[in-house]
Design a protein around this ligand. Structure first.
Ligand code: SAM
Length: 281
């Protein structure tokens, strides 16, 4: 079983971390937050929220977006990795609207140190796919929320990925990517299970929205931008998968060649869907 470097306190079983903690990955998280912003921020329930907890906040990429969309909000960022926190500590001061409005806490999402009902909103993005016990993370998050407070959870549903022209080596790599994530304790299909998970730990008013990124020749510029983002996402797993001997350089090169073909095909199609869940504590 591959284990990537993470560090920090832990309140339970710990999964490996597929994407790693390189400088390139930290930059990829900021780019991801930028590219996905129109899907994530189109109808969030935080208008009356004044103190939100962001669980699994990484380098603070979503924190910056949250603070820009909600000028009266403060955010407490919970993150287990000291490497990600160090980057957030370095980068967030360069975000003008964030000044004095966030706190960074090195914590494990499965065992939060905050008291009951400490926050009036919660936001979780791309964390539950990496943890062995997502219900425990959601249960802890609910405990620290005021009753009735809103939560938003964004999560992957990797079974939905499709590319035209047909790209079999990319799909081979993708299957290994997903199987590797499962092997190291995560769940690449957790988006489909958010309704069940939220209900299990007591959240109410649960709504799940399937967010679709579907690009073809009607929007070539967006298709090209998304494909670049997606290529970086795929490659972010390569070092961890190569160390685990799941993929080799030949497969990575074959995938790169296919993605290059897709990028140059005027009839190319990209399709992916993730799930955004909204609920009340
Ligand atoms: C894919 S990143 C997403 C970061 C951020 N939410 C974003 O959208 O940019 C997932 C983050 O969750 C963190 N993480 C994983 N397991 C955790 C845990 N048990 N407690 C707190 N953070 C955790 C990782 O260190 C990583 O920074």
């Amino acid at each position: 079983m591959a284990r990537s470097k993470s560090g920090g306190k832990s309140g339970g079983k710990k999964a490996g971390y597929l994407h790693g903690f390189t400088a390139k990955e930290r930059q990829r998280l900021r780019e991801q937050a930028r590219v996905l912003e129109p899907w994530i921020y189109d109808r969030l329930p935080f208008a009356r929220c004044r103190h939100l907890v962001e669980v699994g906040s990484g380098v603070g990429a979503q924190t910056a977006n949250l603070l820009r969309h909600y000028p009266e909000m403060r955010v407490t960022c919970v993150e287990r990795s000291p490497i990600q926190l160090a980057e957030a500590r370095k980068w967030l001061p360069s975000v003008p609207w964030a000044k004095g409005r966030y706190t960074l806490a090195e914590e494990d999402a499965t065992a939060l140190s905050f008291g009951r009902e400490s926050f009036d909103g919660a936001f979780i993005s791309w964390l539950l796919e990496h943890v062995p016990d997502p219900a425990r993370v959601l249960g802890e998050t609910r405990r620290v929320l005021k009753r009735g407070a809103p939560i938003i959870v964004n999560e992957v549903l990797n079974a939905t990925f499709f590319l035209e022209p047909y790209s079999p080596r990319t799909l081979d790599y993708w299957r290994e990517f997903n199987d590797h994530q499962i092997e190291i304790g995560g769940d690449p299909h957790v988006g489909a299970k958010l309704g069940n998970l939220l209900q299990t730990v007591g959240f109410t008013d649960i709504v799940t929205r399937v967010k679709v990124a579907h690009f073809d020749s009607r929007s070539p510029a967006e298709r090209a931008e998304f494909l670049t983002y997606w290529t970086d996402l795929l490659l972010s797993g390569a070092p961890s998968m190569m160390a685990a001997k799941r993929v080799d350089q030949r497969l990575v090169d074959a995938m790169r060649a296919e993605l290059d073909t897709v990028a140059h095909d005027p009839q190319a199609v990209f399709f992916y869907a993730f799930v955004q869940a909204e609920a009340r504590a």
